[in-house]
Design a protein around this ligand. Structure first.
Ligand SMILES: Nc1ncnc2c1ncn2[C@@H]1O[C@H](COP(=O)(O)OP(=O)(O)OP(=O)(O)O)[C@@H](O)[C@H]1O
Ligand SMILES: [Mg+2]
Length: 239
């Protein structure tokens, strides 16, 4: 069970022939169609495409939030394609980080508590978790905001807390769904710079979903998505 192929054991993510069909009334929507993608440790991939092209669906499948209709999903050598919902939940908590456009911080918890909540589900000792949360907040420039509620933070600061939360369990793969769309250009650049620094420092692989072509300069590779299908831009055309 879960025996990885030679290449999938080294890659942080391998998608093979992934397809997702949503039944909607009489018809069906093919949201993701025959996607092949391999991401190396520490590699940042920008996933760019118009609204409805399937970016969020693809990230949700890569992160085990959705199961594909067909195809294989291998995360750091573990084939999660046929995991049960319960197995997926455990796998996600330990191995994958998510940062969503809407941030989704818990409004009545402080910045630090929003990081520690991840650990409630994990196995780390309380004091170790607290140390890790404070270290992350410090690295993210939020040491003096650790006790603030989300409502007492700026949009960029909230986004940074969400990044810290995604990194709490030291995942091998972090999925960012439109991480800068709620931010102005300057803050968006700062957040992308931060994502770049954090991913490279930890050799963590990332997919960054975006409408925004400017994001691509922070990525190692840009993959374009259209009508559920992927197509890579030649390097020269991407710059
Ligand atoms: N749960 C669902 N049920 C039915 N159709 C869905 C569902 N989720 C997504 N879709 C459809 O699948 C397609 C891809 O949606 P998806 O959210 O992945 O696109 P996206 O590229 O992330 O778009 P956006 O840039 O607007 O966020 C769309 O046509 C959408 O309507
Ligand atoms: Mg989306």
């Amino acid at each position: 069970m879960n025996s990885p192929s030679a290449s999938s054991s080294t890659a942080s993510l391998v998608l093979e022939g992934v397809r997702k069909v949503f039944p909607t009334g009489d018809t069906e929507v093919v949201a993701v169609d025959d996607v092949h993608l391999e991401i190396a440790p520490g590699e940042i991939v920008a996933l760019v495409g118009p609204s409805g092209s399937g970016k969020t669906t693809l990230c949700s499948i890569a992160g085990g939030i959705l199961t594909p209709t067909s195809g294989r999903v291998v995360v750091a050598g573990t084939d999660i394609s046929s995991f049960s919902a319960k197995e997926l939940t455990g796998f996600r908590q330990q191995r994958i980080g998510f940062v969503f456009q809407s941030v989704n911080l818990v409004p009545f918890l402080t910045a630090r508590e929003n990081l520690l909540i991840v650990d409630e589900l994990g196995s780390r000792r309380r004091a170790d978790a607290r140390r890790r949360a404070d270290q992350l907040l410090d690295e993210l420039g939020l040491a003096d905001r650790a006790g603030n509620l989300p409502s007492q933070l700026s949009g960029g600061q909230r986004q940074r807390v969400a990044i810290g939360r995604a990194l709490m369990n030291q995942p091998g793969l972090v999925l960012f769904d439109e991480p800068t769309s709620a931010l102005d250009t300057k803050l968006g650049d700062q957040v992308m710079q931060l994502i770049h620094t954090e991913m490279k420092a930890r050799s963590t692989a990332a997919i960054v979903d975006t409408h925004d072509e400017r994001i691509t300069r922070y990525a190692d590779r840009t993959v374009h998505m259209s009508d559920g299908r992927l197509g890579s831009m030649p390097l020269a055309a991407a710059h």
